[in-house]
Write a protein that binds this ligand. Sequence first.
Ligand SMILES: CC(=O)N[C@@H](CC(=O)O)C(=O)NC[C@H](CC1(C(=O)N[C@@H](Cc2ccc(O)cc2)C(=O)O)CCCC1)C(=O)O
Ligand SMILES: [Zn+2]
Length: 595
Amino acid sequence: IDEVIQSCRQELADMNKELGDIYAQQAYAGWNYRTNITNENADKLSQVGVDTARLTRKLINQARKLLKEDKHQQCLSPDMKRQLALFAQDATLKNDMDVRRQEDLHQELQKIYSTAKVERDGIFYSLEPQLTEVMAKSREPDELLWAWKSWRDVTGPAMKRKYEEYVRYLNEGAMDNGYQNYAEYWIESQFDNTPDLEKMAEELWEELKPLYQQLHAYVRRRLHNAYPDVVGETGAIPAHLLGNMWAQNWENIYDLVVPYPYAKEHDIDKEMLSQKYTVESMFKMAEHFFMSIGLYPMTQTFWQKSMIVKPEGREVQCHASAEDFYTEDDFRIKMCTGVSSEYLETVHHEMGHIEYFMAYEDQPTIYRTGANSAFHEAIGDTISLSVMTTKHLKTVNLIPEKAHVSEARNKEENINYLMKKALIKLAFIPFGYMIDKWRFEVFRGRIKPSDYNRAWWELRLKYQGIVAPVQRSEDDFDPGSKFHVPSNSPYICYFVSFIIQFQFYDAMCQASGHTGDLHTCDFYQSHAAGTLLRDVMAFGKKKPWPDAMEAITGQRSIKTSAINEYFAPLLEWLQEQNRNEIIGWDDATINFETK
Ligand SMILES: CC(=O)N[C@@H](CC(=O)O)C(=O)NC[C@H](CC1(C(=O)N[C@@H](Cc2ccc(O)cc2)C(=O)O)CCCC1)C(=O)O
Ligand SMILES: [Zn+2]
């Protein structure tokens, strides 16, 4: 019996080694393409896609054979069975020609997005940093409309047909592997141990909707005051006025909606510039915080090979990302970093991925991923919640220590702070929810290509209370204007992350001995807090995520109690401010071309 167990163990070890080589090949080819977008690198990436698809197919068949055969029953410990089940979760197409076509379409979609530029008076505007800055800083509705519409004009229409074909290949690959469609594959591969992810997500949204609608009503009132002939006192908010190309993060209109302007906290962005913060010093600051709670320093290869600023003279994918090369200590971040508090948060987000990569690097390859995909997204943001507190920013001298402030002034400063966090965190929730709401229905064939854009705007209205500022039609393909659709990156993980990051934060604050309002907690230098996270991160996907959640928070499920506790002081204030407002919006009116 022993040599049966031995041979089975050896076979599993070999499979993990082969999988590691596949991931490494894909990571290097992907990195080379995304940091130097040329036809040659696109071609190489597609070819690697074909080569690794062959190897993946072999592993899938090997795993299925091992799972089926009886002779191995006695040697398949629960852990081995779990590994094999994860090996078998895949949606790889069966034949090379289809793989090649799917890869080519994927690269073409990403190239359109990453190289799209808007031309005006002979000047070319990229999404980052130019159009992003217009959306963040302009207070001219016409200029905002120009940026908003132009970006969609240079991305969506060119993608639409390609995306339709790409979806067909995704679904074919899923069905070739026993799934009904690509949505079922995506849900299972990101959230196993979750009986009904969509039902859970819908319930979580219903719990948070009232809180979001209070923010929406307040922001609509303030935007009506700022743009009386563009924003109504009731109904949905036009999508171009929220400080962000997708209206997914409203922090850039903080100065338009700040509750107590005279109590506004120090301008961090200005302070960073005047203190001559550099991109490098922002990364060092983030690394220092992670290390202060017992997490890991960045590796030497990280500093040598990351791409942290937009390079001159070549096309790159500026959308931030963190990459695990499954090769020794090679972990990198790619981002076109600017000096601002928004970028500082993104640096912590991306470094959170790197910390996770490092924490589980000694696990078998199949386990070298998040306990579920939301865990991976929540690490960096949880740390950011601590870093961006007034308390921590005073510790690092980004906010000057002030003489004692009165109790009343302190309350006002807290409301201002919570408003700023709500513009980032609460504004995102319905957006994080609706992206894959749309995509799952597209993969399931319930949203037809002839309805792609109408369905998109119906969901934007239903969940975000946002409406297009100019008429849309099926000649547009507005989902293509959002990175994750052409790049086919999952999104429901962010919706869930924005809820569990408050559970993680709450648990770490308690472990650090914090007392007082949750939102003021800074667990800087608390190894008790860091150990909670780090020990669970080390397991990767070895532990089913309910066990991982319990190890950090004591709860086995995703709950909105922590985010509700965090924003409780603001909710009370909003309800008072909104006592004469009509909360919500009617779902009837999307701004769409009537056929
Ligand atoms: C090899 C690979 O692909 N790696 C994955 C990570 C992994 O799977 O290991 C990866 O790097 N993905 C890129 C993606 C980038 C960002 C993003 O796209 N964010 C969402 C939503 C959001 C917004 C605010 C926020 O605070 C948190 C999330 C958006 O901007 O809409 C952009 C800046 C923030 C995170 C990321 O880091 O998640
Ligand atoms: Zn992320």
